[in-house]
Design a protein around this ligand. Structure first.
Ligand SMILES: [Zn+2]
Length: 109
């Protein structure tokens, strides 16, 4: 990694860039991405735009499901707060656990 690239990558990360899980298609180096711009920290190349657009679209598609899950979680929390029956509390807690697992999975995708 050249000094200039290292500086640029560090600067991007400080400004909210994320590390890409997919390695650079040219050299398998680690890439950072910010605002649709991916930079390889090893060779300094930016991969073709088409690929980045696809990644962004996938991210957008994930959001509605996440929103639904989070709304459900909110509703369940309120339900739990008002529920006095212990058996029902247990089943609400189980549902909350499942929801949290789902949210984790969606975020990791
Ligand atoms: Zn590279």
């Amino acid at each position: 990694m050249s000094e200039e690239l290292r500086k640029k990558a560090a600067e991007m990360l400080l400004n909210g860039a994320t590390l890409l899980s997919e390695p650079c298609p040219y050299c398998n180096g680690v890439r950072v991405m910010k605002e649709g711009q991916a930079l390889c920290t090893k060779c300094g190349r930016t991969p073709e735009k088409r690929k980045i657009v696809t990644e962004e679209n996938e991210e957008k598609n994930e959001k509605p499901l996440n929103k639904i899950l989070e709304k459900k979680l909110e509703a369940l929390s309120k339900e739990l707060e008002q529920e006095m029956d212990h058996d029902k509390q247990q089943s609400i807690l189980k549902s909350i656990n499942l929801l949290l697992e789902m949210i984790e999975k969606v975020k990791k995708q």
